[in-house]
Design a protein around this ligand. Structure first.
Ligand code: DP6
Length: 357
């Protein structure tokens, strides 16, 4: 068996995923829309090896134990079952951006793992068989040997590792349909990266590890009286956002992205116990972005489960936006990311795994 390495970008959601119908399978309460973030990436190498007594997992240079190990092993178990193999695996995964800070590292991590592990297990996943567009009622079969293991199947596998990871499998602008069950809850590309030159200027306010991660947050969403209203209204927001992206309508896009992000944070803040991810600088960025848009700059904000603010603008406005946001007290750094491509396999994985021996 040979090592395989995959790369995946994290993604930023414009219509957010928050709360599950089924926590074990990450079947979301509502559909979501995102774009992949170019330049930020997880690189993961996997080899299955008959000599191993257990899965050996290294994340960012450290041996993974406890929950982190269990979560990766669970996905490897699924891949083993699909491929009909029993051997344990060596996994090495590295991010080129800080984890646990509102840049969804679990998304790129489980997307890269799903691709590298299926390939290493001989399933031969194909990311090229993908046709853009939503495929209603699609039921992909997954066979040992992998002939029908396509992009939808890979997205579903990634989803079961971390919900938002299913959106890091296809490229560009991506929609994850809530679906009716495991078979039809996966993500597809609604437009390629070159469709619209949006840029995410990520205002880094804190790189500390957050206290309550999204996995726990999802289980609390239903304790907020606002969650059912947020979920019931999701089809409307998805429709507006999809339409705005397809028509490159920044004004409509900005309104719906900000509304959706605040709806999610309203749910978080009214959950029991309440979740407050914002810091004072988070609100300062929100206000500066709204003021700049009122003066004509094509810019809007969205915030995940952390204090950092993703300030979305067109590439033409990126320099001005980065300067504006970078000058706000409490913003430590601004990272720019354009629209990223799909999860992909890369060559030369053997050099990485040598360091395990
Ligand atoms: C706020 O996909 O990280 O970023 O499935 O438990 O790993 P798990 O959750 P995760 O949740 C992402 C939540 C969010 C919104 C979004 O990305 O849609």
């Amino acid at each position: 068996m040979h090592p395989f390495t995959a790369l995946a970008n994290p993604n930023i959601a414009f219509i957010k995923y928050w709360g599950n119908r089924n926590d074990a399978l990450s079947l979301p309460a509502n559909g979501s829309i995102s774009m992949n973030l170019e330049g930020l990436e997880t690189r993961t190498t996997v080899i299955f090896d008959t000599r191993l007594p257990a899965d050996e997992i290294k994340i960012n240079g450290k041996i993974a134990r406890g929950m982190a190990h269990a979560r990766v092993s669970k996905m490897l178990d699924e891949v083993r079952a699909l491929a009909g193999i029993q051997h344990f695996a060596r996994v090495e995964s590295e991010n080129n951006f800080p984890t646990g800070t509102g840049i969804a590292s679990s998304a790129s991590a489980f997307a890269a793992l799903a691709l590298a592990a299926t390939k290493a297990a001989g399933l031969d996943p194909s990311t090229s068989s993908h046709r853009p567009g939503v495929l209603p009622g699609y039921h992909p079969d997954v066979l040992p040997g992998g002939h029908l293991f396509d992009l939808a199947a890979l997205s579903r596998l990634a989803r079961r590792g971390s919900g938002s990871a299913c959106r890091s499998i296809p490229g560009g602008f991506v929609e994850w349909a809530a679906g009716t069950g495991d078979a039809d809850s996966y993500a597809v590309s609604i437009a390629p990266p070159e469709h619209w030159d949006l840029t995410d200027c990520i205002a880094m306010i804190s790189t500390d590890h957050k206290l309550t991660g999204s996995t726990e947050g999802h289980t609390m969403a239903g304790t907020s009286a606002l969650q059912s209203a947020r979920v019931d209204d999701a089809p409307r927001r998805l429709g507006i956002c999809r339409h705005a992206i397809l028509n490159r309508d920044f004004a409509a896009f900005a309104e719906i992205v900000e509304e959706d992000s605040i709806l999610m944070h309203a749910v978080m803040m009214t959950s029991r116990p309440p979740l407050f991810y914002w810091q004072p600088a988070t609100l300062a960025v929100i206000q500066a972005v709204r003021a700049a848009r009122a003066k004509g700059l094509p810019v809007c904000y969205t915030i995940d489960a952390g204090p950092n603010v993703h300030v979305i603008c067109t590439w033409a406005a990126a320099e001005k936006t980065a300067k504006l946001v970078g000058n706000i007290p409490g913003v430590r750094e601004v990272r720019l990311a354009k629209v990223g491509g799909p999860a992909r396999l890369v060559e030369n994985s053997s050099t990485i795994l040598m360091r395990f021996e």
